[in-house]
Design a protein around this ligand. Structure first.
Ligand code: ASP
Length: 450
């Protein structure tokens, strides 16, 4: 029984390891040259198709899942004032962890003096995209058209609309009962869909990882070894030390159990490099595996995917020190303080999608007067770094969800402490014959009536 339960995580890990090996073989043998058969048909053909189909499937779930679970969350909260507290606490914790993350990154990177004495030359050109100003971010929280926000997958306006809808349903009261029950059922159905898609993860993770590694510039990785080592080291420090201390201090929950259970979500984040696309898995992990009540998780998870980016902030801290050193610019205390504030603010307005960290970095650079073209230096290794930092981002979202739920008494600690609960086993996709027949009969009856 236990073997089956552990099945999926093991299989995804296996897919990941195999993906690294296959990707490395393609990379090292030079089979990744643009015109080679393998590159055209396997890497950019098969791997690309399988991987992108999977990411699309995850993205497909995000909007309906957030929509229905938030309606249920608001209606099931029991005390509407809790909504304000959950919002306030999670916002404060998200900002606090992001600020700690970047401050740690700057301290570690500065003490290693990375980038000192390095050459400035690079062929890679970074074209800076605009990231939205804070005023616009605030305005955009309120959607002009909720369907447009849903179609675009804009998280903050979607959260706003869903919460308002939930509150309105509460105000309507008894008459809205059918709608509330419908949302509850829709939420459960969406969660099932998450399970179905997760079953395909081992193959997709293999394809995504193999493609990333195959196209990675290994020689670049070596020349940027200092930057990469300090960045990865700080990311791991934040994940295993800082976040775990925050979890223990603020909630008393066991870090060891957290780390064991968050692994699945981390692997999805690593493969997709997108906190947004990982929302369905993070949501499933914190509710079904960690015992966080949906009334908290339905808000904290999508909110965190948008505004909480500890890993990205760490990248910005390390990259700022690195590029400042390469260009021989002394930012001084005020410069670094500006970097910290800018990074925290930038994380609020940018969605958790691949590569967004670089856009935020260009915003920070223009604020402190560092050359934006310097970002070209780290461009070649950014996809790999993006994967790792997204896993840290998602872990931060889950830590805060647990803390807020625990403090609001919206957490089932028995579920949290049960190591096996909620793990996907072979029975996850079992269709109950009786239920199948019942549904067919119901449909037949409705059909006959018409
Ligand atoms: N890919 C990251 C995320 O989705 C953001 C970034 O660092 O680029 O959380």
């Amino acid at each position: 029984m236990k073997k089956n339960r552990m099945g999926l995580t093991g299989q995804v890990l296996f897919g990941m390891a195999l993906g690294i090996i296959v990707g490395l073989v393609i990379n090292v043998t030079g089979a990744n040259s643009p015109t080679s058969f393998i590159n055209e048909n396997i890497v950019n053909g098969l791997f690309h198709v399988v991987g992108t189909m999977f990411i699309n499937a995850l993205k497909m779930l995000v909007v309906p899942l957030v929509f229905f679970s938030l309606i249920c969350g608001v209606c099931g909260i029991g005390d509407i004032r809790m909504l304000g507290r959950v919002g306030g606490k999670s916002f404060a914790l998200y900002m606090m962890t992001t600020a700690i993350a970047i401050a740690t990154a700057i301290l570690i990177a500065a003490s290693f003096g990375i980038g000192k004495g390095m050459e400035q030359s690079t062929d890679a050109v970074f074209i800076a995209k605009e990231s939205p100003p804070l005023t616009q971010v605030l305005i955009d929280i309120i959607p002009k058209n909720p369907i447009h926000a849903m179609a675009n997958g804009d998280m903050l306006p979607l959260i706003f609309f869903s919460i308002l809808l939930g509150i309105s349903m509460l105000l309507v009261g008894k008459k809205a009962k059918g709608f509330v029950e419908g949302a509850e059922i829709a939420n459960e159905i969406m969660m099932k869909m998450v399970t179905i898609i997760m079953v395909f993860a081992p193959y997709a993770v293999f394809a995504l990882i193999a493609k990333s590694i195959a196209t990675l510039g290994l020689d670049l990785l070596a020349s940027l070894a200092g930057y990469v080592a300090v960045l990865v080291g700080t990311l791991l420090f934040h994940l295993f030390i800082t976040l775990m201390i925050v979890l223990k201090v603020f909630s008393g929950l066991s870090p060891a159990i957290f780390l064991a259970k968050i692994r699945n979500a981390q692997m999805f984040a690593l493969s997709t490099a997108s906190s947004n696309a990982t929302i369905p898995i993070t949501m499933r992990t914190v509710t079904e595996r960690m015992g966080v009540n949906n009334s908290v998780a339905s808000f904290t998870v999508p909110f965190g995917a948008t505004i909480n980016m500890d890993g990205t902030a760490i990248m910005q801290g390390v990259a700022t020190v690195f590029i400042a050193n390469v260009y021989g610019v002394d930012l001084g205390i005020t410069g670094y303080l500006t970097v910290i504030i800018m990074s925290v603010l930038a994380s609020i307005g940018t969605a958790g999608v691949p590569g967004v960290g670089l856009i935020m970095l260009s915003m920070v650079f223009s604020q402190v007067g560092l050359p934006i073209e310097g970002i070209g230096l780290i461009l070649g290794v950014d996809r790999l770094m993006d994967m790792i930092r997204t896993a840290v981002n998602v872990s931060g979202d889950a830590v805060v969800s647990n803390i807020v739920a625990k403090s609001e008494g919206k957490m089932d600690v028995a579920i949290y402490n049960d190591r096996h609960v909620g793990a996907i086993d072979n029975s996850a996709l079992h269709i109950d014959k009786m239920a199948e027949k019942e549904l067919a009969d119901t449909l037949q009856k409705t059909h006959d009536k018409v």
